[in-house]
Design a binder for this molecule. Structure first.
Ligand code: AMP
Ligand code: MG
Length: 402
């Protein structure tokens, strides 16, 4: 049996970041960029108007006022998307719509509503200044500008920025494909009637909902019987990650490990000195990894949270994939005396400038309701004697699940 920290390290050293792929920008949210994103163009690409109005030279209006407007002849009109011609008389305004090119002959745009005009001329009633209502080429983004660095997570606010520089696809690290396999003759699918001494399969759903954001293809395979042939079929799948629940303990029908190793999986470890989750098994096969999670529902969820999710993050290009427990004081009367490192759901609060941890009151590894309303996981080392205060590690669910 190995210690928790060693198990985490063994998982990371035996898992590999997957390669890069090009994804459509709208399907790349939540993925990690595999390359810097550098703008191939200026945004906007050309000098254009920020208003519907008249393009002028500011010096033409410098002496005008309410009672003595500047009267300027009106030339051509430029619409957004037009390649408007650049020629015109020396002193001659141009009608421009928002987004239309503004020739270098002009240095300002005056909005329609600040003028009076007819087909031939425009009256301006106040001076303007150079650059007013003109968007210069590259004003927002300059060609060659680095917008995102390799390793950054692409967020929902970023997709529009990729589109504005003309990218249709973006290079990101691939997320793993995963098969989630529920083993056990006693399992019934939720939605079906319970008969005999059966129970509902909660684990495959619990694991699915934990890992879905970190995976690409997710296949949930439930009710795999504790029979060698049935197990062999699913353990031989080609997904990047195979996760099983159940069948890794000492029961007479706990055949998962034997069958995994008969189809090429190489054991990295079996059993970790933690509670819950002691029977957890981890193996590799070429570039594939396998997690044999215990069947007890709370054990399956806790081991998925502390072993599986960090590995999935690492495989899909995250750099801060490791658990990062923050220390807290265990509330008085909460000390438990497990024989193994305890990783239990609980409540984490700030009280008088200190972080206080309290365990969920449920104490069984089978009780999924130990998770209800909790803030995260509390990690407690084995304690000797009866210390007044002990320090524990806390990891909010938010840090694990996001
Ligand atoms: P095992 O490790 O296969 O002996 O399973 C340990 C306990 O977890 C048993 O009580 C099983 O019935 C239960 N169990 C196994 N798989 C699941 C599952 N998918 N959903 C809910 N409970 C399960
Ligand atoms: Mg079983």
């Amino acid at each position: 049996m190995i210690q928790f920290a060693e198990a985490c390290e063994l998982i990371f050293t035996n898992s590999q970041r997957l390669g890069a792929e090009e994804r459509p920008i709208e399907d790349a949210v939540g993925y990690i960029l595999a390359r810097d994103v550098v703008s191939p163009i200026n945004v906007t690409p050309f000098r254009n108007s920020a208003m519907d109005g008249f393009a002028v030279k500011s010096e033409w209006l410098q002496d005008c006022g309410k009672s003595h407007p500047a009267v300027i002849p009106l030339g051509a009109t430029s619409y957004a998307g037009d390649c408007a011609s650049d020629d015109g008389a020396d002193v001659c305004a141009m009608k421009v719509m928002t987004g239309a090119r503004v020739s270098n002959r002009f240095d300002a745009v005056v909005p329609f509503e600040e003028t009076e005009y007819d087909e031939n001329e425009v009256r301006f009633f106040k001076p303007t200044s150079p650059g007013k209502h003109i968007r210069e080429a590259g004003e927002d983004i300059v060609q060659g500008q680095k917008l995102f660095a390799e390793g950054a997570t692409l967020g929902r606010l970023d997709v529009g920025i990729l589109a504005t520089i003309g990218l249709r696809r973006v290079s990101v690290y691939r997320k793993p494909s995963i098969a989630i396999i529920g083993t056990g003759d006693e399992l019934t699918s939720p939605g079906e009637k319970l008969t005999g001494d059966r129970i509902y399969d909660s684990n495959t759903f619990a694991i699915l909902s934990l890992v879905a954001p970190f995976c690409d293809q997710v296949d949930r395979i439930c009710q795999v019987h504790d029979r060698k042939d049935d197990l062999l079929k699913v353990l031989d799948l080609q997904h990047d990650v195979i996760v099983t629940s159940g069948g890794v303990s000492a029961g007479e029908r706990d055949l998962v490990i034997e069958m995994a190793e008969s189809c090429g999986w190489q054991r990295v470890f079996h059993k970790v000195d933690i509670k819950p989750g002691k029977p957890v098994y981890f193996a590799t096969r070429d570039r594939q990894v396998m997690f044999g999670l215990p069947g007890n529902p709370l054990s399956a969820t806790v081991t998925a949270a502390v072993f599986l999710i960090p590995a999935l993050k690492m495989m899909s290009g995250w750099t801060d994939y490791r658990l990062n427990p923050k220390s807290a004081v265990l509330a008085s009367g909460e000390i438990r005396k497990p024989k193994r490192k305890l990783i239990w759901p609980g409540f984490i609060t700030e009280e008088a400038g200190r972080t206080i941890a309290r365990y969920s009151p449920k104490k069984s590894s089978a009780a999924l309701t130990a998770l209800l309303g909790t803030d995260g996981l509390i990690i407690q080392d084995v304690v000797n004697g009866t210390p007044a205060n002990i320090t524990v590690g806390t990891i909010p669910w938010n840090d694990i699940l996001n």
